[in-house]
Every structure is written in C-alpha cells, then in structure tokens.
Design a protein around this ligand. Structure first.
Ligand SMILES: *[C@@H]1O[C@H](CO)[C@@H](O)[C@H](O)[C@H]1NC(C)=O
Ligand SMILES: *[C@@H]1O[C@H](CO)[C@@H](O)[C@H](O)[C@H]1NC(C)=O
Length: 416
C-alpha cells in the first residue's frame, strides 16, 4: 500500500533534553524510588539491609525490542519507532519522531524485555494530538498472558463501556482516566502513567498485589481512537482519514531491574549488548541468593526458605549444615516444622560415603572413624569384616554409641 505521511510544519521543534525533563515540576514527584516503596532499604548498601538498583529508562539500548504495528515508511519520510527512545546528546534541531500510517485507528506499540523488570512509570510525549482513546497493558510471563493497567479516553463511556472512571481507589483498580486525552495541546501533550500512584498508601510492598503490578516482561500500548477535530472518521471520504495519525516524540519507560531487595547492581545478561545509561536485567545478588532476579537461594544455602529482603531485614539465605560433604541442599517444610522452625535444610547427594539430612551418618558397610573430625573427607571408613565369619554380610557398627552398645567398626561375628 502506498502511504503518504503528513508533514506537520507546525513545529520544527527543539530537542528535548534531560534538562527540560527535570525542569518540569510534575516530573520530580513521579519517581517513587524502590528503596522508598520498599520502606527504608538502601539503594546501595546490601550488607545490613535490603538494597535496590537505581531506576532508569528501560528503553535505552532496547530500540530493537520495540515494535509498532504501523509505521509511516514512505521512501522519503521514514519515522521509525526507534526514534522515540531518548538519546543523551541527540542533535539539537533535528527532532525525530515515530509516526503511524494515516487514518489507522488501531495501532499497537510493544516492548518485549528479555528479563523481568520492575516498572514504575511511563511518560509519552506526543507530536500531534494525544489519542482520543488508548490503553496500557503488560505481561509478566513473556507475553503468554496480558493484563490492562489502565484505560485513557476523552469519552470513557463511549470508548470503554463498563470500565469504572478513575482515579484508582485501590492500587489494583483498573480504571479509565480522561485527564490525558484532551484535544489540547495540539503538540507536546503528555500521557503519564504511574504504576503506584503517590496518593495510595502501600502497606505491604511484597504483597502479591503490589508485586504483580510492578513485575513486567512486556509492555503494550494500544491506541484505539484518533482525535479528529470535528471530522467524522466514519465519513467514507478518504481525505478525512488521511489527515490524522499518531505521532510520538519521546517515550520514557522507567523502571529498575528486579532483585527482591537482594542487589544494588545489575549487569547485562551474558551475550547481550550494553550501552551507557542502560538498565540491565541481571542482578548481582547478595545475601546468598542467585538467579537473574535473586529469586532463589544459592545451592548450599537453603536451610531457611527464600524470602525477599525488606527494610532492615536482609532475610539472607542460610547455609545448610552438610559437614562439608555436600554442595547442595533443599528446603523441606516438614523438617523445618519438626525442628521447631529452626532449620529446614536437607543436604543432597552427600559425598564421602555419608548420608543423612546433614550428611552426618556413614552409609551401610562404613563406620565413623572416631579419631577424625565429622567434616573430614575420610570420616567414613569401610568395614573390615570377614564375610565368612560375620553376620549381616559383613556389615559393622557404623558409629560408637555406648547407650546402644555400638562400637564403630566392630564386626558382627558368627557365634561358633
Ligand atoms: C479497532 O478495534 C476495535 C476493538 O478491537 C474494533 O471494534 C474496531 O472495529 C477496530 N477498528 C478498525 C478500523 O479496525
Ligand atoms: C491490544 O492490541 C492487540 C493487537 O495488537 C490485541 O491483541 C489486544 O487484545 C489489545 N488489547 C486490548 C486490551 O484490547
């Protein structure tokens, strides 16, 4: 299809710099820093408290993960979606933007992330009128399921019937807002969405409600209605549709990598590219946790159940007592309860002929050498019983226990 893109001479605008971003008074309040949301943790120190990586613009360095269902791409006038990613040092005077095909009402923009991130807010700066109706939705399972964050419309009743009007009363409410869908301004109008609105208090930042709101692997923005300034798009005359389109100067998707309070720094996943100012997705985990989101305990640190760090509590993973004979353990609820909620770790694949929850016993046909430390790799010695003269196929007492009359290594001899 041949597309003509509209060139608006209205604005040969100047580049938006980080400065103008910060100058806007409403912008400073937008960031709810994770360390503030997750009460009193620190952005840096992990040693004695929870800690969080800094937030940034998730789009930086991810132009290739951004997709639009419609782009004006006539030969002379290409306005690709990558243009909406802000670049420090963008050349002044040459302001770029993304533009959809003329007259297309249903247009989708999507960001597909490679890891799970915490999404805090979104700001879109439009070049033309803001959409008369749009919605924002996200997935936290790499696109398998989607949930709407919020609807935006000039006329909520008409565009999204049945959706309650905003503002949200509870953080989990899904509402329709009219505030960002007006006809004015005709350019540089913004749409702002905060995942956790500042006016709603958050009691438990680790409740599944809050977590499910913050976690994100994919973000999708559907524009569903153009402002048509009195023209009727149902009018079948082509020239009316041709006048309208969506166009965006800049989009900022702020967030941080998601580490459950166990990391203050994140790095690029192996093999992925890095860019200055990029928000990377692989946590450098502390508190004996592991995983790209520190969502698990390290192999030998499962004596307590994994927990997120909260405020002053690091909830660090605790080392299992395997007496040096195993490199892995798992947490077992029943064992935890049986020990009076002290220790739930069960060692796996005990080596050196040991076995038991703590690798504290010698396997059958081995006995515990009483002269050695329990952590000695040679703690378990093979029984040395003559198979002909002994009972039980040559098994020996595995340890010394005066109460039950056991003597480590003693053979069970046949009575002559
Ligand atoms: C846009 O999408 C809406 C809802 O999905 C649908 O009702 C409408 O017909 C679509 N419009 C066009 C022009 O495809
Ligand atoms: C948004 O658009 C996509 C198609 O691009 C569609 O599959 C999805 O259902 C839309 N979302 C909603 C909530 O209508």
């Amino acid at each position: 299809m041949f597309t003509i893109c509209f060139v608006t001479l209205l604005l040969a605008g100047s580049a938006v710099s980080q400065d103008s971003y910060n100058r806007r008074p409403d912008r400073r309040k937008i960031d709810r820093d994770p360390s503030v949301i997750f009460n009193q943790g620190s952005v840096h120190a992990c040693e004695s408290s929870s800690c969080y990586p800094a937030t940034g613009n998730l789009l930086i360095g991810r132009e290739d993960d951004l997709w639009a269902s419609s782009t004006c791409d006539s030969v002379k006038l290409y306005h690709g979606i990558e243009n909406i990613v802000s670049r420090i040092g963008k050349k002044k005077g040459v302001r770029k933007w993304w533009q959809s095909e003329n007259g297309k009402e249903n247009v989708t923009i999507r960001l597909d992330l490679q890891e799970e991130f915490h999404f805090t807010h979104l700001i879109i700066t439009f070049k033309t009128f803001r959409p008369a109706a749009m919605l924002i939705e996200r997935s936290h399972d790499f696109g398998r399921s989607w949930k709407v964050y919020q609807y935006f419309a000039y006329d909520c009743e008409e565009s999204f019937p049945g959706i309650p009007r905003g503002p949200r009363q509870k953080i989990t409410d899904v509402v329709c807002e009219t505030q960002y869908s007006g006809v004015e301004p005709s350019t540089e109008g913004e749409v702002i969405f905060r995942v956790l609105p500042p006016n709603i208090p958050i009691d438990d930042p680790y409740s599944s409600d809050v977590q499910n709101l913050l976690k994100m692997t994919n973000l999708r923005i559907n524009f569903t209605k153009l402002h048509t300034l009195g023209d009727n798009l149902l009018d079948s005359r082509g020239e009316i549709k041709e006048k309208y389109y969506y166009a965006i100067y800049e989009m900022v998707i702020r967030g941080s990598c998601s580490c459950y309070g166990h990391a203050s720094r994140c790095v690029a996943a192996a093999g992925s590219e890095t860019r200055p100012d990029m928000v990377h997705g692989s946590c450098l985990c502390t508190h004996n946790t592991k995983g790209s989101n520190c969502e698990q305990c390290e192999d030998l640190y499962n004596d307590l159940e994994w927990k997120p760090a909260i405020g002053r509590q690091t909830n660090a993973c605790k080392k299992c007592n395997c007496n040096g004979h195993a490199s892995k353990c798992h947490f077992d609820h029943a064992v935890f309860e049986a020990t009076g909620r002290v220790s739930g770790g069960v060692c796996e694949m005990c080596e050196h002929n040991t076995y038991g929850r703590n690798c504290e016993l010698c396997k059958p046909f081995f006995y515990q050498d009483p002269t050695r430390d329990i952590r000695d790799p040679n703690i378990c010695q093979a029984c040395d019983c003559d198979p002909i003269g002994s009972l039980d196929e040559g098994i020996c007492d595995s340890r010394t226990d005066s109460l039950s009359g056991l003597v480590a290594g003693r053979c069970h001899c046949k009575k002559m």
